[in-house]
Write a protein that binds this ligand. Structure first.
Ligand code: KDG
Ligand code: MG
Length: 407
């Protein structure tokens, strides 16, 4: 199964996506997602200039060997750009292998360990009435687990509440089109004062059973995160995500000592080394890495197998900046592993769904990758070509005194 052609397709239907498309000599087409939100063209250059020339003529069956070759032969290891590029190659190769075998990819990964994947959606609102409406809307769509993000009095634009500084709602992960990143504001004390009351109100309205999640998006110090975890204990969260910035694994030891609220982290990690202490010392409960940003199925599977030894489960990253190709890869992996926890699922927009034809399903709050050979996603290159790349940046944060803060 020799790779004859490798193309990097950039398209911007509802947002920018980068897709690697491999074609074999016998005409099979495999896809891999290489989208790195707000830094898309860095991965495009890495792939086009340094990886594509190495792929032509290789045997597409040799997935592990290709992974090791791309990782080790670069000499410069890890990092989001490198690992997104390797991920795209890896997923495209798995797609090809499964198509060649005539099987859905999850069969090659060991077969189904469950009938469907519990998914959570993003509910948000500037205030409680808006938040409650959003939760109800998600329940109507069938979601059985819900992430809750809310506005904070005094702050005009914060992560996850679908509202930016111009008052315009953003309903998918916010790399906003334009020449400069949008500025949002942040005040940790105001947030810590406000959030427990929000969860109290949500539990009173929606009862004790609904799994609720929350993303602190890297903004807290260890002691602030510990305090928040403790304050949220009465509301029985499914998880508190990214409580502290990702770089310091030690921070979570302190958080862990103070709270029984389950902890999730890892959407901006890119290798198993980022998890080494966190998993071995059982400082977290869920691994948040995306297939797309963590070297593909081959590498994320190793992380999740390591995590399984410590009863740590998957919570694979699935916002809309993961393309339908990356999402399908997550679903095949999630269906096959034993230690599946939950899958994040924000729905893509209509234009995106025209560019990427998907066969995965969402029924009664559960996702299934479908039974088509391979990943089950095809790329309509004609549609893709009608949406050229548009510059877009993720927002950044300033505190009230003007200091830049983690976003
Ligand atoms: O590109 C940034 C997003 O992927 C991130 O903000 C999404 O935190 C996120 C989440 O939990 O989905
Ligand atoms: Mg997150």
């Amino acid at each position: 199964m020799i790779i004859e052609q490798a193309e990097v397709v950039v398209t911007s239907p509802d947002r920018n996506f980068v897709t690697l498309r491999l074609t074999t000599e016998d005409g099979l087409v495999g896809l891999g997602d290489a989208t790195l939100n707000g830094r898309e063209l860095a991965v495009v250059a890495y792939l086009r200039e340094h990886v594509v020339p190495l792929l032509i003529g290789r045997d597409a069956h040799r997935i592990e060997d290709t992974w090791q070759f791309l990782y080790r032969s670069a000499y410069w290891r890890r990092g989001p750009v490198t690992m997104a590029a390797i991920a795209a190659v890896d997923v495209a190769l798995w797609d090809l292998k499964a198509q060649a075998a005539g099987m859905p990819l999850y069969q090659l990964l060991g077969g189904a360990s469950r009938t469907g994947l519990l998914a959570y959606g993003h509910a948000s609102g500037r205030d409680l009435p808006e938040l409650f409406d959003s939760i109800r809307d998600h329940l109507d769509q069938g979601y059985q687990a819900i992430r809750v993000q809310t506005g904070v009095p005094g702050l005009t634009a914060i992560y996850g509440i679908a509202s930016n500084s111009t008052g315009v709602r953003y309903d998918h992960e916010p790399a906003q089109r334009g020449a400069r990143p949008a500025e949002e504001d942040w005040d940790t004390r105001a947030y810590l004062r406000h959030l427990p009351a929000v969860f109290d109100a949500v539990r009173n309205e929606f009862g004790p059973e609904l799994p609720l999640l929350h993303d602190a998006h890297h903004r807290l110090t260890p002691i602030q995160a510990a305090r928040l975890g403790k304050a949220l204990e009465p509301y029985d969260l499914f998880w508190l995500e990214d409580a502290t910035p990702a770089e310091n694994q030690q921070a979570l030891r302190l958080v862990r000592q103070h709270t029984t609220t389950p902890l999730a982290i890892g959407e901006i990690f890119n290798t198993i080394w980022d998890y080494q202490e966190l998993i071995r010392e059982q400082l977290i409960d869920y691994v948040r890495s995306a297939v797309t940003h963590t070297g593909g199925i081959t590498h994320l599977r190793k992380i999740l197998d390591f995590a399984a030894q410590y009863q740590i489960k998957s919570g694979i990253h699935g916002p809309t900046d993961i393309s339908p190709v990356g999402m399908a890869a997550a679903l095949h992996l999630g269906l096959a592993i034993h230690n599946f926890g939950i899958q994040e699922y924000m729905k893509h927009g209509t234009r995106t769904n025209q560019v990427f034809h998907q066969t995965f399903t969402f029924t009664d709050g559960h996702l299934h990758p479908g039974d088509h050979p391979g990943l089950g996603v095809t790329l309509n290159t004609d549609h893709a070509g009608t949406y050229p790349y548009e510059q877009a940046y993720l927002p950044y944060n300033r505190l009230t005194d003007g200091t830049i803060h983690d976003w």
